[in-house]
Design a protein around this ligand. Structure first.
Ligand SMILES: [Zn+2]
Ligand SMILES: [Zn+2]
Length: 243
């Protein structure tokens, strides 16, 4: 390749890009970094994380994990991350000191970059937990076995119903799924609490048609709001065994 050499270190035995070898380029470039002081918003009750407007990962640990931290890394486009070793310290539970050893590959060379940054933790009760604590719902879907089917053990019955329920979920619209608040297990199946009656009815009807079930709807007077009776709707969805 002639007499190419690195204009910074003078080496001529390594490839250069625009006159600079990978080692010198890496020294003068930020390969990976964390912008500012990131914030992780955690629901202290269920561990859910808030990303944008959306809460997810209910049931996750309230301790920081790579899933929380990795998205904070800004990575140079030519860098491939191989492995990150995280460590966490600090006395303040709401302001954590983070360190990361990032093993990466840059222009065929392996390097390890060391990062230090702070993460602020915000505790906020997620929508689902606040609904739950207020016991807010407008409809219940009762997921049950068919009356004339042979009896099943409670746990097996619930597992079967849950599987069948999960099968119809991909067909449910996003706003229907968002209205599903919490569910309770019972010896006879599941009670699924829903914050929107139209969504509850739509999902129950979907279940009826896709799973070959029966559906019965009833309403009970719950209270009065703005001078009008308010009803809670119960949708009893009975689902047979898969054929
Ligand atoms: Zn060089
Ligand atoms: Zn929560």
């Amino acid at each position: 390749m002639g007499t190419e050499f690195c204009v910074v270190c003078g080496r001529s035995d390594v490839p250069t890009v625009e006159g600079v070898c990978a080692t010198c380029f890496a020294k003068r470039t930020t390969l990976v970094h964390v912008e500012g002081r990131p914030v992780v918003t955690i629901c202290p009750t269920c561990g859910a994380r808030k990303t944008g407007q959306v809460w997810d990962r209910r049931g996750a640990s309230t301790l920081l994990s790579p899933e929380d931290l990795t998205p904070f890394l800004t990575v140079h486009p030519e860098v491939g991350i191989r492995k990150i070793h995280w460590s966490e310290g600090g006395q303040n539970p709401l302001m954590r000191d983070l360190e990361a050893d990032v093993e990466l590959v840059f222009r065929d060379e392996r390097r390890t970059e060391h990062l230090r940054f702070e993460v602020k933790i915000e505790h906020r009760t997620c929508t689902e937990c606040s609904r739950r604590s207020g016991h807010f719902y407008t409809a219940v879907i009762q997921l049950r076995a068919k009356l004339d089917d042979p009896p099943e053990k409670a746990r097996e019955l619930r597992e079967r119903l849950e599987k069948q329920w999960e099968r119809i979920m991909p067909e449910a619209r996003k706003n229907w799924k968002e209205a599903l608040s919490w569910k309770e297990e019972l010896p006879e199946g599941w009670d699924i609490y829903v914050t929107d009656t139209l969504a509850a009815r739509s999902i129950a009807r979907l279940g009826k048609s896709r799973l070959g079930g029966t559906l019965k709807e009833s309403a009970t007077l719950w209270g009065r709001k703005n001078g009008q009776d308010v009803y809670r709707v119960t949708l009893c969805l009975r689902v047979p065994h898969d054929a």
